[in-house]
Structures are given as structure tokens and as C-alpha cells.
Write a protein that binds this ligand. Sequence first.
Ligand code: PLP
Length: 394
Amino acid sequence: MAKSGKKAKSVESSHSERIGPASTPIFQTSVYNYPSLSALDDYYSGLIPGAYIYSRNGLPNAEELGSRVSALEHAEKGVVCSSGMAALFVALCSNLKAGNRVLASTDLYGGTSVLLREELVRFGIRASFVDTANISGFCKETEVSHPSVILVETISNPTMKICDIREIAKTAKETGALVIVDNTFATPFLIRPIEKGVDVIMHSGTKSLGGHSDLTIGILCGNAKLMGRAAQFNTRIGTIAGPFDCWLACRSLSTWQLRFSRSCENALRMARFLEKKRDGVARVYYPGLESHPQHELAGELFEKGMYGSMLSFDIRGGPTEAEKFIKALSRATLTPSLGSYKTTVSHPGKTSHRQLTAEQKKLVGITDSMIRVSVGIEDFNEIQDDFNKAFKSL
Ligand code: PLP
């Protein structure tokens, strides 16, 4: 009794000694003052732990965000960039040089696809694309073409294919390729790719980690060596994020697990509801459905019996019906992003994958009647009523 009383007192006193803000302040400064040239020398020699000098080299709010996301991903270190695409560019270009090859999944966010097809190719970095749903074909191609980097999404945007990153990591180790995984759709709530042997994880924090449609940010996670080089490259090209967006993202992270788990539950209910709407829906794409061709694999890879907050469906008819349906929704909004606390819909063919040619869209399986849903945390009945009303308008 005396012992526990003593312990309680020491906890109290340690709390009262630590008086400070309950939330990390926003360090809205672009540069720091130094008292002397020798202090500057000490900074550059790494003799002042935790010191900052200039925002492009690093800032406290970014440091906090990088640490928190890398902890969630069970990685050694995190690097924060100005957007998901900036993070991807940093991950790729800090590891590639002219003449190198990238092997990527055919199913990627449209922006990632055009970055590889139209931008990196101008710098002598060529990419080839193979369907990761055929994992043995993908691994065989890795052995044949010896890419320097492999780039895949854990759950693909917008067709919800699942990538067996365990097999990819195994083959990559044998062939010496670096594996970068976009974990934006799955998030560390479902899978932590580092534990499966992947080298670098990339997040568009603009999506569910941010969760409120009010910030743009990207985060990379990996080992200290790879992240050290990524941080250096990020500083050199200036793709750093500002303090306020980092602060917003940290604020959001505190409630992210609750939000994401609720969205996953709602998404499964929504997928089941849509699957039963046979008169209005031709196909539902959601890994949590038994009808998903990789449902078993998703169950093996993902934790908590959950399958993510994103789903897509093909509406019966074509673009006219898709337009009619979207216009008839009154709660869910047409918002060409994802991961918000509220349910939003999008049309991949006209938004996220607009830049793809008709042939590329066909290859990936993006149809004119495809609607992508980012399921929010509302009372499920409210979302269902909204969708039911929109189906009745067809
Ligand atoms: N990766 C995926 C899967 C995405 O959906 C997106 C954007 O929609 C990105 C990357 C790019 O992220 P950002 O818009 O933050 O640059």
C-alpha cells in the first residue's frame, strides 16, 4: 500500500514538473537565429542534437509527423514531403539514375503512372508494367529484366487489386531490386509492408492519415540509411512540407485509427449492399467481399479482419447513368480525392486516371461506368439511404 502510494505521488510530481502545451505548437518559422559562427559550425557537425537551421533542411512539425508515421509503420525513420507525388518522386529519384529500369504494377494511381511514363522516361529511366494479380508473372519479369526499383500499391487505385508484397520482396532480395510500396489505401492499420520485407513505404497523407480534406502531404518510411538519402534529396530539390500542414496531419493522426476502423466497417457494409443491387450495379470491387478474386490473399495479408475504406463499382449502363447517379446523391459529394471522414464519390476515368489513354484504361479495367467510393464514418444508414435514393433516380 505504502509502495503504491509512493509510486502514485512520484507520477503526480513528474506530471506537475512537465508543464507545457497539450498540443505541439506550430513552429511557423523558416529559419533559426544562431549566436555565433562557431555555433553554426557545431550545428553542421551534428554537435547540437535536435537543432534546426532552415526549414528546407527540416522543421520540428515535420520531424514529429515523420516519427509518428514511421512508428505506425514499424520503420526506423520517416521523411515528410509536400505531397504524395513529391514523396514518390523523392523515393524514386533518390535511388535511380539514367539507364536504370523500374518495374511497376499496371494498376497504379494515374498520377504515378504518368510520372513514370511521361516524366522519368525523359531522364533515361524506363518503366515497364506488369499485372501484380499474376504474382508469378510479376516475379518472373523481375528475374528477367533486373529492375533497380519495383513500385506497387498494396491495394490498387481504383480496381482494388491486392499485391502479394511478400513474394515481391522475396524475389527483389534475390535480384537486388529496391521495393517501394504505396500504402495509401491500406494504411498501417491493415498492413505494415516493412514487416513483409519491403524497403520503402510511401503515403499520400493527403488521404486518410490527414482525413479531413484540408491538407496536402506525403510521407516516406524506411530504414535510416534510405531515409537519410531521401531527406537529403528532399532538401536539395525543395519538396518539403510547411509547418501548418505537418501540424494538421499530426492532429489528424491522433484520431486516425478510430476513423479508419469505422470507415472500414462502413465500407464492408456498403460493398455488401451494392453487391445486392443487381438491377443497378454490374460489379463491385472490394477485397472484403467473398466474390473478390483475391479475397483469400487479402485475408492473409490484412489484419483485424478489415479490408479498407475504398471500393469501386460499375453502374449498369454507362457514363450517362454514372452522371445521373452522382447528381442524385445528396449527402455524398463528388470529390476527386479520398480518405475524408465523410463519404465521397469519384469517377476514376474522368479524374484520378484521366491522363491515361483509352487503351491504358482498358488494360487496367477502368470503365466509363466505374464510380469509386471513399467511405466515411457517418451512420451507415444515412449513407445507404443516400445511395438508395440515387439508385431510384436511374
Ligand atoms: N497514391 C495514391 C494511391 C493516390 O490515390 C494519390 C492521389 O490521389 C497519390 C498517391 C498522390 O498523392 P498526392 O495527391 O498527395 O500527391
